[in-house]
Design a protein around this ligand. Structure first.
Ligand SMILES: Cc1cc2nc3c(=O)[nH]c(=O)nc-3n(C[C@H](O)[C@H](O)[C@H](O)COP(=O)(O)O)c2cc1C
Ligand code: SF4
Ligand code: SF4
Length: 424
């Protein structure tokens, strides 16, 4: 059976599934139940200076799919609203009772060295395994010069990371904000400051929807609202790309990554790991479905690893990174063509409409004398865009079949159709 245990920058955990810094990790009561359910670790809800933050009511909103499933989640909460001492006492007790689980403490303080120098010995005294610097919170805290206000300025990221490395021996994980043009800049800055790892993503600036009668966005606080932080499965593609960007960057390729953003099941987790993450963190999925989702995550990952012959997490960590490249290095001679399985087709016509109206008019709608419809791909017109396969409601009814062009790999810099081709 696969070994799910990890050693992430010296922080050991029985599995790679950690709860991200957020309400699920806000107090001992939650964290203990999470550990009982099987989570490998937690990043404790962000601690700050006293007096603690004060939250508003209401705080969350959602972007729903057609059947009211939550696609994306939005919040305007701040860091912990409990006193520093209560949190420190609870972290100490939890770590003592669960020595085999990872307990990382998230921190957010003003950009003054003495503040960081003052809190770090207190965190060490709890027995916690590491710290995570919250440079990502996009609402409320940036207005006070913290959170994303630090994460968006690489020089600040480097400076605060260096202070932390100076004042603690604990591993320092720098949590990055996605609200930035190029996530590689703060990742490089974190590395320059001595970070042991980065974690990403924190939440994305967002407004989910409006009450058009009251002309106010959600979550409404009386008659006003503000932008919040977006997370949940909708952000997974953005997070995955940012993780890959850092894993692919020659300057940060060796920097350990804790992957966060929309992870809801074992497959999401495996994808983050394959693209560079050494541990994964989950928030929204646990908030929506409870702590027991970790059972499916552990079972599913373990079963898949057995199937593939991966004995440890390290065996497939970063395995998809070399296959993730810049557009210009893709093979211009590669060709796929859509193929419809007529036995599976329910004749709904969705593929036809999609290709006819917005793509390449490469699907023919044939009607016989009895009025029966058949949809057929016109091979010579199909560019292999995948749109019909994406729109088809029947799984595996349309497949994209690679064609043998007989031509060797050729990238865009070498393509004669490229006016700037590097002629050899
Ligand atoms: C209600 C809520 C509160 C959060 N509070 C914090 C926080 O205090 N510190 C922090 O670093 N991230 C915080 N986050 C962000 C999460 O840790 C995580 O980075 C983000 O939600 C993306 O992961 P997900 O898609 O699994 O939710 C919070 C998220 C939510 C939904
Ligand atoms: S792959 Fe694209 S071009 Fe080809 S049939 Fe489907 S929608 Fe049309
Ligand atoms: S979308 Fe799928 S099921 Fe519908 S007509 Fe096209 S191939 Fe058939």
């Amino acid at each position: 059976m696969a070994d799910l245990s990890i050693n992430f920058v010296g922080i050991k955990a029985p599995n790679p599934f950690w709860l991200a810094s957020a309400p699920p990790t806000d107090k001992a009561y939650n964290v203990i139940r999470a550990f009982e359910a099987g989570w490998g670790g937690v990043v404790w809800k962000t601690l700050g200076e006293d007096p603690p933050a004060v939250n508003v009511s209401s705080r969350y909103s959602a972007h729903y799919g057609k059947n009211r499933e939550v696609v994306g989640f939005n919040n305007i909460e701040l860091i912990t609203d409990r006193s520093l001492q209560i949190n420190l006492d609870e972290i100490t007790a939890v770590k003592k009772a669960w020595p085999d689980r990872a307990v990382v403490v998230s921190l957010m303080l003003p950009c003054e060295e003495h503040q960081w120098a003052g809190i770090l010995p207190k965190i060490e005294a709890t027995g916690a395994d590491g710290i995570e610097l919250n440079f990502g919170c996009p609402h409320g805290m940036p207005e006070r010069g913290m959170g994303a206000a630090v994460g968006q300025v690489p020089e600040y990221v480097e400076m605060v990371t260096r202070w932390c490395k100076t004042h603690t021996k604990l591993p320092v994980i720098v949590k990055l904000t996605p609200n930035i043009t190029d996530v590689r800049a703060p990742a490089r800055a974190a590395l320059a400051g001595g970070a042991d790892a980065v974690s990403l993503i924190n939440t994305i600036n967002s407004i989910t929807h409006l009450d058009l009668d009251r002309m106010v966005a959600f979550p409404a606080v009386g008659n006003a609202s503000t932008h919040g932080g977006y997370c949940g499965s909708a952000v997974k593609p953005i997070a995955l790309n940012m993780v890959a960007e850092i894993a692919r960057d020659p300057l940060t390729a060796q920097l350990p990554i804790s992957g966060i953003g929309g992870i809801s099941n074992w497959k999401d987790a495996a994808e983050f790991i394959a693209l560079g993450a050494g541990s994964v963190q989950v928030c929204t999925a646990a908030m929506l479905h409870g702590f027991r989702i970790v059972e499916e995550m552990k079972d599913g990952l373990s079963r898949w690893m057995d199937e593939k012959g991966y004995r440890t997490i390290d065996d497939f960590t970063r395995k998809a990174v070399p296959n993730t490249t810049d557009w210009k290095y893709l093979d211009m001679n590669y060709q796929v063509i859509a193929q419809i399985d007529q036995d599976k087709c329910i004749k709904c016509g969705k593929c036809f409409i999609a290709c006819e109206d917005t793509s390449h008019q490469a699907i023919a709608k044939l009607i016989d004398d009895a009025g029966n419809r058949t949809y057929e791909v016109i091979k010579q017109e199909c560019v292999g865009c995948n749109l019909c396969e994406i729109t088809c409601p029947v799984e595996k009814c349309i497949t994209m079949v690679p064609q043998d062009s007989g031509k060797p790999y050729m990238n865009w810099p070498k393509d004669p159709r490229n006016p700037r081709a590097e002629l050899v």
